[in-house]
Structure formats: C-alpha cells, structure tokens
Design a protein around this ligand. Structure first.
Ligand SMILES: NC(=O)c1ccc[n+]([C@@H]2O[C@H](COP(=O)([O-])OP(=O)(O)OC[C@H]3O[C@@H](n4cnc5c(N)ncnc54)[C@H](O)[C@@H]3O)[C@@H](O)[C@H]2O)c1
Length: 356
C-alpha cells in the first residue's frame, strides 16, 4: 500500500483483498461500474472472478478512445446515474484507462456535488499516471482537458494482470509518462531508469510503483496544480497540441503517449536553448524514447493551426504560451514563456533528428 495524503493506492496481485475490505468499510448504498468496450471484453471477467458481488452492479460501457472524453458522454453518464437513481452514498468504480478515469472522476466529482469513486486502471498510462493525482476532466471542441475538477478518488487499486491484454501500441504509449516522471521528479529516479532494461516486463511493477510514489509526492503538495505540480506538465504543451491536431485532421489520431513522447523531445530541445539543459541529457532522453518509437510523429503541419491548439493549453497566462522546461534531470522550471519561433524551431529539430 502507498499511503497518499488524500487516499491510499494499492498495487500488486493481492489488491482484491484490499478492495473487498475497502468496500466493506465504505458500505456504499449502490455500486456502479464505468468502463469501455475493450476493457469490458478483456478485463471484466477478471474483476467478476475476484469480486463476484460486483456482477450485480449496473455497468455503463463507453466507446473506446479519446472521443469518449467529452461533454456528451459525461452527460450520458450523469443521466444514467440520475435515472437509477444513484444516491449521494453511491460508489462509482472506474475500470479502464486514462479516458475512463478522467471522465469517470469528473462525472463522480460533479454528480450531486460529488459521490465517491475509485479507480481500477487497466492501461500503463492509467496505472503509472492518470489514475492518481485527482485531475479529472473532459475535452472541449477537441481541445484537451478544458473542463474538469480536482476530485480525489477514495482509493486506487492497481492490478498488474490487467496489462496482459493491452495491445502493444497502447502499452508502449505508457512509457513516455514514466520517463517524464523520472526526469522531472528526481535525478535519482532518472539515473535508475537509465540502468534498467526498460522494456523488460518484469521491470514494470516497480516502475509503476515508483511513478505513483513520485507523482503523489508532488501532487499531494500542490493538488490544485498551481506550483510544484506543474513540473509534471513537461512535454505536454507541445504534446497536447500535437494530440489535438491529430484528432482534428481526419487521419489516424495519435495516442496520448505518442504525442507526449514527441512533445518531450521538442521541449527538452527548447530547454537546451532557454534553461541551459545539457545536450547530453537531451540525447539520453531521446534515445530512451526511441526504444519505443521508431515511427516519427508528423510535425510538418500548418503552424497557425498548431499554435491555435497550443494557445488553448491550461498552463498559459496573459496571452503567452507557458511551458514547463528543465535545467537538468530533477530540476524542472515552471511557467516559462516561449516564443512561437522557438516552438517552430523545436518541431523542426524533432523532424530532422528523427528522419536523419
Ligand atoms: N488525469 C491525469 O492525471 C492524466 C494523466 C495522464 C494521461 N491522462 C489522460 O489519459 C488518457 C490516455 O490514457 P490511456 O492511454 O489509458 O487511454 P485509453 O483509456 O483510451 O486506453 C487506451 C486503449 O486501450 C484500451 N484498453 C484499456 N485497457 C485495456 C486492457 N487492459 N486490455 C485491452 N485494451 C485495453 C482502451 O479501450 C483504449 O482503446 C488521455 O485522455 C490523457 O489526457 C490523464
């Protein structure tokens, strides 16, 4: 068990006893389950096998993917709860990846001004990142995470068995968030990361644990994302804009982690220009990311469109695009204004270093 300031996180194959004990203690009036189609197909049997009583709980199944993280689906889940009707003492269980925990946390955090929810993450991004920290939300007109709350889960239960059915592309898209957390939260974690065989499956449980501890140590200090916590946004200004553009142009959209990987390389390059990051640290980070991404992200695009997406980022202030940059591993610098020409230069750098 990892004790957080606001809620505990349980990780490992034994979480089922902890979940049963948690449900006994909470004694909710009703239990509702939120999931998506892929997760229902691959993970529901595991959940029902371990927790047969949950077979009685109503289930809302979202279409899979980022498209479900919007106001239309949030309203559909609110209505579903309301029509039952779910009372103030009901519990919502979010079983799925980052989309399910972001949407489900938002719905639970706002329905009747907040009912209890717990997260059972089933993707690597969910287990290492999205299910903890209390940030919940939805996209608005294709712009990422524009509406949301800080709503803490009652608890988080991380079961390694769920990752077995995850398609390789979705699994791989979890690594950039691990690399980012190591890079911004401590030189020690970063050095250790450079020593482990990252893609070895046996490394995952301990990496997930370290990410959760590192994320909680920052998010618990600054749950509202006003100061220290902003370090976790490294790679996400350019990453979210690339993700937003890719969802809007009708081609196959990028996964969140794929966009963040490209965003991290661009923002590390900007850090070499503006905050004195050593080129060797940039190379080290880029070579770690290249273990997983041999296919470059398309960064040749209409710049005004890209900048329109970047300008909607939540971190911006006073009309400026604000970045989290890094001085060195473990030394993030928050709220850095970056000019459009530098952003363009970084996208060019990414393109050239991936295609040469
Ligand atoms: N709130 C936060 O702090 C935070 C942090 C990081 C990312 N996020 C958000 O998380 C989202 C990305 O998360 P994600 O990559 O988990 O996306 P996701 O939830 O869309 O899952 C990716 C795909 O894997 C499928 N899937 C999930 N679990 C599976 C399993 N065990 N077996 C087979 N298929 C499975 C899903 O159906 C989906 O198709 C983004 O919206 C991002 O903004 C939030």
């Amino acid at each position: 068990m990892i004790p957080g300031r606001f809620y505990p996180v349980f990780a490992g194959h034994e979480i089922w006893q902890d979940l049963a004990a948690y449900l006994d203690r909470l004694a909710p009036s009703q239990v509702f389950l939120l999931t998506d189609e892929h997760v229902r197909h691959h993970c529901m049997a595991i959940l029902y096998d371990k927790m047969p009583a949950l077979k009685e709980s109503p289930v809302f199944v979202l279409p899979p993917g980022e498209g479900s993280k919007d106001a239309w689906h949030a309203e559909a889940v609110w209505k579903w709860l309301s029509e039952y009707p779910a009372g103030k003492d009901a519990l919502l269980i979010n079983l799925g990846g980052g989309v399910v925990s972001d949407l489900g946390g938002f719905v639970a955090g706002t329905y009747k001004r907040g009912i209890t929810f717990i997260n059972l993450p089933t993707t690597l991004i969910g287990q290492a990142d999205a299910a903890v920290g209390g940030k919940t939300g939805i996209n608005l007109e294709g712009f990422k995470n524009q509406v949301g709350t800080i709503s803490h889960p009652g608890a988080v239960f991380i079961c390694p068995a769920f990752l077995k059915s995850l398609p390789v592309r979705a699994l791989v898209s979890g690594y950039p968030e691990i690399i980012k957390t190591a890079l911004v939260t401590g030189a020690e974690f970063w050095d250790d990361l450079n020593r482990v065989v990252l893609e070895a499956p046996e490394a995952l449980p301990s990496l997930i644990r370290r990410c959760v501890m590192a994320k909680l140590s920052v998010a618990d200090l600054d749950p509202e994302d006003r100061n220290e916590r902003k370090c976790l946004n490294f790679g996400h200004t350019i990453g979210h804009a690339l993700e937003g553009v890719s969802h809007s142009n009708g081609n196959e959209p990028l996964l969140h982690g794929e966009a963040v990987a490209a965003g991290m390389i661009c923002e590390a390059y900007i850090s070499t220009l503006l905050t004195g990051l050593d080129n060797r640290a940039l190379d080290k980070m880029a070579s770690l990311l290249k273990i997983f991404y041999d296919r470059p992200v398309q960064t040749r695009m209409d710049m005004s469109r890209f900048l329109m997406f970047a300008s909607r980022d939540k971190k911006n202030s006073g009309g400026e695009i604000r970045f989290t940059l890094i001085e060195a591993p473990g030394k993030p610098v928050i709220d850095c204004p970056v000019q459009n020409e530098i952003i363009e230069k970084a996208l060019r750098f990414y393109r050239e270093s991936y295609t040469s």
